[in-house]
Design a protein around this ligand. Structure first.
Ligand code: NAP
Ligand code: MG
Length: 502
């Protein structure tokens, strides 16, 4: 750990538990053992508010992945895990949820230090969301069942279906909600009876490694949950290709998702892809402008804009356009730009110097393409990868800031006149992750909902997420669902059983 980070942890009074975790050598968790990479390679882990080095973690190899697959297979193909009764799986999942909750403050600090996000939001959203996800899925194992049917064909049959777990599931996780996204994938897979191998993003592997310690403490049999850290191009690519893995569940960018999907389908794996977005927001002329402005600002600037379903394209009905923009700018001014460990932080740094460069490049492109920067957009010199939230007005559909996912605190706005125009602007994108409507006119809201090409539609809110509701995109935002009972369908096979009766 370099002195920049040490001073930062001192300044904000980071807990002893977190310091102890950060001080010890990081290892991968494979088959219940803590191991280095097969070739001894490591990668550096940085803290985004200072840019300083925190620690190192093993950079896994294809051989490491192979060991994890063998362990996960052994448990799945008739191992101890496979023989557990549903209520025993529930008990383990509940115990894990309890341990995560007990260590919630420490996990929130680790997340804030590794990813740069607000420690307050990390505790309230990421960690609480992780606990809730494990609790929700803990209730499912005893409630998974097929159905008995009465066929109409000639003859006498007992016909029924069985729900069976898919097998070994590989989870490839991005850096924006590291622990929570991992939880979405792992909790459901374990509830279904699968075994799992997780590859966290290199930028944010620490909370997942701490999580693995809690998996061990909870008493899961060795090899049921494995964590292989390292490069996406090595571990992620090897996961998509490995014949011993039955499913890859991927959250990340559209181009990498396409590659994962191509490889996975090439060897007939199941695949779920949760990809990028450029989600539209429609503010209708009857909306409560003050509360809409708060929700819209939160919907795009939360997590410093590094949110897949962020409502980044804001279309406002012309008669209220200027008044709404004034409200939006006023709310945005109140959002505190600060280091992640500052308890009042709303906008933390970008996750990396590279991400800051990409976002700053888009702000520059917006200016060049003729959009009007009406608020923010400054990129202070380091330390830390900070960018002020930016609001562009008078944007046109051809601009790159309107078409491409930026994954930073940048919002584009333009006016519309009719609802038909609003729908056509909203759907003018290859993505389809989410959409939001601000209005209290029920007839107009219900007319709009079916017309929007999006996996989630939020009304007078943004990014409301709960484990009981499915999440996942249409179009280039991917396919398959995380969360809700729907996710379990993507983690189980249905077997049709026919028994001839006399
Ligand atoms: P990314 O570059 O696609 O990375 C996502 C994960 O894939 C990381 O763990 C990465 O590992 C790994 N990876 C990289 N190359 C790979 C390869 N060739 N094969 C297999 N895996 C590979 O995305 P990101 O930049 O980290 O995350 C931001 C993106 O995720 C945005 O586009 C965002 O919209 C999307 N996202 C979507 C959702 C959703 O639910 N729809 C949620 C959150 C984020 P390394 O980084 O360690 O190399
Ligand atoms: Mg980091």
């Amino acid at each position: 750990m370099d002195s920049l980070v040490r001073n930062y942890l001192d300044q904000y009074g980071v807990s002893d538990a977190t310091r102890r975790f950060l001080a010890k050598p990081q290892k991968m968790f494979i088959d219940g053992a803590w191991v280095d990479s097969a070739n001894g390679a490591t990668f550096d882990i940085f803290e985004p508010s200072t840019g300083g080095l925190v620690t190192r973690a093993p950079s896994g190899t294809a051989d490491d992945l192979d060991r994890a697959v063998r362990a996960a297979r052994r448990q799945f193909d008739g191992g101890e895990w496979r023989r557990l009764k549903p209520l025993e799986r529930e008990r383990l999942l509940h115990r894990l949820a309890y341990l995560i909750e007990t260590h919630g403050d420490e996990l929130a600090e680790i997340e804030a230090i590794d990813m740069g996000k607000s420690v307050t939001f990390a505790r309230e959203i990421d960690i609480q969301g992780t606990v809730d996800t494990f609790r929700y899925f803990a209730g499912w194992p005893s409630k998974l069942h097929g159905r008995t049917v009465e066929p109409s064909i000639p003859g006498n049959y007992l016909a029924y279906t069985r729900k069976e777990p898919l097998g070994v599931v590989a989870a490839i996780v991005p850096w924006n909600f590291p622990l929570q996204t991992m939880a979405w994938k792992v909790a459901a897979a374990l509830a279904a009876g699968c075994t799992v191998i997780v590859k966290p993003a290199e930028l944010t592997s620490l909370s997942t490694l701490r999580f693995a310690e809690l998996v061990e403490e909870a008493g899961f049999p060795d090899g049921v949950v494995n964590i292989v850290t390292g490069k996406g191009s090595v571990i992620g690519a090897a996961m998509s290709a490995h014949p011993g893995i039955n499913k890859v569940t991927f959250t990340g960018s559209t181009p990498v998702g396409q590659e994962v999907g191509r490889t996975a389908v090439g060897n007939l794996k199941h695949v779920t892809l949760e990809l990028g977005g450029k989600s539209p927001v429609l503010v209708l002329d009857d909306a409560d402008l003050a509360s809409a402005a708060r929700a819209v600002a939160n919907g795009v600037f939360f997590n410093s804009g590094q949110v897949c379903d962020a409502g980044t394209r804001v279309y406002v009905q012309r008669s209220v356009h200027d008044a709404f923009l004034d409200e939006l700018i006023a709310v945005t001014r109140t959002l505190k730009l600060a280091p992640g460990l500052d308890r009042g932080c709303y906008i933390g740094p970008m996750v990396s110097a590279q991400q800051k460069k990409v976002v700053a490049g888009y702000i520059e492109a917006g200016r060049r393409e003729g959009a009007k920067l009406v608020h923010g957009g400054a990129t202070p010199e380091g330390p830390g990868h900070f960018i002020e939230p930016a609001i562009f007005a008078h944007c046109t559909p051809d601009m790159s800031i309107v078409r491409e996912e930026i994954f930073g605190p940048v919002l584009v706005t333009s006016p519309f006149d009719t609802l038909e125009e609003a729908v056509s602007l909203a759907n003018d994108t290859p993505f389809g992750l989410a959409a939001a409507i601000y209005s209290n006119d029920l007839a107009r809201v219900h007319t709009l909902i079916p017309q929007l090409h999006a996996g989630s539609v939020y009304v007078n809110a943004h990014s409301t997420i709960d484990p009981s509701m499915p999440f996942g995109g249409f179009k280039d935002s991917g396919f398959g669902k995380d969360l809700g009972p729907e996710q379990l369908d993507y983690l189980m096979e249905t077997k049709a059983v026919w028994i001839t009766l006399p």
